[in-house]
Write a protein that binds this ligand. Sequence first.
Ligand code: ADP
Length: 334
Amino acid sequence: HSLTVAEADGDERAVEAALRPRTLDEVVGQQRVRAQLGLVLEAARRRERAPDHVLLSGPPGLGKTTLAMIIAAEMTAPLRLTSGPAITHAGDLAAILSGMNEGDVLFVDEIHRMSRPAEEMLYLAMEDFRVDVVIGKGPGATAIPLEIPPFTLVGATTRAGLLPGPLRDRFGFTGHLEFYEPDELELIVRRSAGLLGVELTDDGASEIASRSRGTPRIANRLLRRVRDYAQVRADGVVTLDVAGKALDLYEVDESGLDRLDRAVLDVLCRRFGGGPVGISTLAVGVGEERETVEEVAEPFLVRQGLLARTPRGRVATPAAWLHLGLEVPSSQEP
Ligand code: ADP
């Protein structure tokens, strides 16, 4: 990477890139996935073959792109990045695949959002390292098989369950990324603070960590917002007091819930009496896309024990009512 952290500072995406761990050893937490992936890569290196295709699943900001970059780096292979929504036609995918060299790593973010024809082309490419390029239209169309050198596909998805079975089955390894524990996020915050040159106290770091929704991307983002606050309203040092005030200002509450999280609970409890309510209705209620509610807000609320998915819809738990400062209705008492 060409930018130093100091140079990149100010450009959020460049900062994010500069804060990414570069090796499996630098990755904090995710012990299980790290050990499993480490073995897959080591075995591939010994056999001098491209590793099996890898699927990474988990909510946004937990490190899927970071791991894809590390896979390529550890295999000393070039990485190509694309995303499901960018591949609208099978031809888009054919163009990418035909440009691959042996051992290249192809990262497809949001792979569950690829178009159907592209998905079918991908099955063949993953299994037989071949694509059928269709030339012409109608009865005169012919399919020309094209060989592609063995490559490694790394797919990322917010939920493995969103992928059709045949696609899921073609990955040799699936890693599920979990939300991070506060002590892991604290390590990430300290590491990032070191790289960004931010001075922070132990309780300042732990305050940011515990309010980061279990998500490294959010921890890094909050660190930068808290630093702004420390520089403008205090003496530049991130203390417990500074972190707490800054996070209140940015509407991140003590449990790390942000505005959307609270809006979901609020609509669920106040408007729908705690549910059950369907996800689409809930999304309309908070004025957000269904996908955002389902893939961003919901996993964290479920993990915090504030929301439950039931066959009849989403339900607020007693803890959700208490979190909003409301009385738990007698019908909801455990
Ligand atoms: P995803 O692709 O799952 O949305 P990213 O890989 O883009 O998430 O990670 C978001 C940010 O969080 C990155 O900039 C990276 O610095 C940081 N990050 C993610 N996972 C870790 C980790 N295990 N250790 C340290 N930093 C991490």
